[in-house]
Design a protein around this ligand. Structure first.
Ligand code: BGC
Length: 389
């Protein structure tokens, strides 16, 4: 069975054995759209064929929510790649509900998938279901977000999350010319969802860059919502990455701390869904693009946010070409199926509380108004029409 799959991942098994493992799995599942062996034999035996058998593995893909544009793109792209490569797939979205995601994973385990690709909602809540996956020798790949507190996660593919944050911090430092200007500038920081392991990396990256200027007094936070240290980031976290929550938090800060005519100069937003809500609050409070609109960061280059960048309502977004992430995960799965070692490029950063998960980190890219066309249209992530260009 696909325990061979795991051994192969660790570099112990031969290609022939591995393919045999997948073949055996597929034949037990039955009912799939791909041909099953009919002669009762599998390539697991010692006289396994040199050439890989034309069997496919089945992959369960668990995505968090359809609410955010990026996850729709992520899921659709990965599913298409895997289908093209001949894998069976089951793609599920969980409406950002942890219990829904757990039951989707349970169903995938019961259906006999060989590999699970999981973009978790709560990275600490999947221990029991991933134990079931391990008991069924299923290989687990954490997608974009690390899964914590379990040994049953085999690989992690993501963008360099800390780098996302340093890009946002460095952008703010450059825009305000903090090396030369005394300020003080009014900064309102936000952080991502406390249950998402990525959020602390985004915050730490940004805070490591910004904190020295806070300590120097060049950046001040009238609302008092500047965490004392990286470890306190969750105190300003926005649960579920919700735009509406970010909007009302920003409204509260504006009403309570800026009512006397003081202006916000800069808002650190970890991603685009928060930036969207924050921009709405700024709009509502009468801020004007090109005049007193503050610097506002983001991440993902979601369409609505790119339109806001073009309209002067968001200053930048850290773009993560989710097609590259899908490509990388598809490569991982193909390596597993071929009995080859899975390529990773980081074996130090992502300790999930039980072990360091072998990871592949991709590079994010900063996009600003002047580079939207070149980067986002040039790469065909969007058409010019999508962006009204
Ligand atoms: C992802 C971001 C995304 C956020 C909200 C994070 O885990 O890395 O790209 O904006 O979740 O969905």
């Amino acid at each position: 069975m696909s325990s061979t799959l795991k051994k192969a991942a660790a570099g112990f098994a031969t290609a022939a054995l591995l393919v045999g493992g997948l073949a055996a799995c597929s034949s037990e599942r039955g009912g799939g759209s791909t041909p099953e062996p009919t002669d009762g034999t599998t390539s697991e035996t010692s006289d396994a064929p040199e050439e890989p058998a034309a069997e496919v593995a089945s992959v369960g893909i668990a995505m968090p929510t359809k609410e955010l544009e990026r996850w729709n793109r992520d899921g659709a792209h990965l599913e298409a790649l895997l289908k093209d490569a001949g894998f069976e797939t089951s793609l599920q979205y969980a409406e950002n509900k942890v219990d829904v995601q757990i039951s989707q994973l349970q169903n995938m385990v019961n259906a006999g998938v060989d590999v699970l690709v999981v973009a978790s909602i709560d990275g600490t809540a999947l221990g029991p279901v991933l134990q079931q996956a391990a008991d069924n020798d299923i290989t687990v790949i954490a997608y974009d977000r690390l899964i914590n507190d379990t040994e049953n996660v085999d690989f992690y593919a993501t963008f360099d999350n800390y780098r996302v944050g340093t890009f946002q911090g460095e952008f703010i430092v450059d825009q305000l010319d903090l090396a030369n200007q005394a300020g003080p500038f009014n900064l309102e920081p936000f952080a991502g969802s406390p249950d998402d392991n990525n959020a602390k990396f985004f915050f730490a990256g940004a805070w490591d860059v910004l904190k020295p200027y806070i300590d120097e007094g060049k950046l001040v936070t009238p609302s008092g919502k500047a965490p004392a240290s990286n470890d306190d980031w969750a105190t300003i976290g926005i649960q579920g990455w919700k735009s509406e929550t970010a909007q009302s938090e920003m409204q509260t800060r504006l009403n309570s701390f800026y009512a006397g005519g003081e202006k916000v100069d800069v808002v650190l937003s970890p991603n685009d869904s928060l930036a969207l809500g924050i921009a709405q609050a700024l709009d509502g409070a009468g801020y004007t693009p090109g005049d007193d609109w503050p610097i506002l960061t983001g991440q993902d280059a979601d369409q609505a946010n790119v339109l806001n960048i073009l309209a002067g309502k968001q200053s930048m977004s850290v773009w993560k070409d989710t097609r590259d992430l899908g490509d990388r995960v598809a490569e991982m799965i193909k390596s597993l199926a071929a009995g080859e070692e899975v390529e990773v490029n980081d074996t130090e950063t992502y300790n999930n509380g039980v072990k360091v998960v072998p990871s592949y980190l991709l590079d994010p890219i900063v996009v600003v108004k002047d580079t939207v066309e070149e980067i986002l249209v040039g790469s065909e992530f969007y058409t010019a029409e999508d962006l009204g260009l």
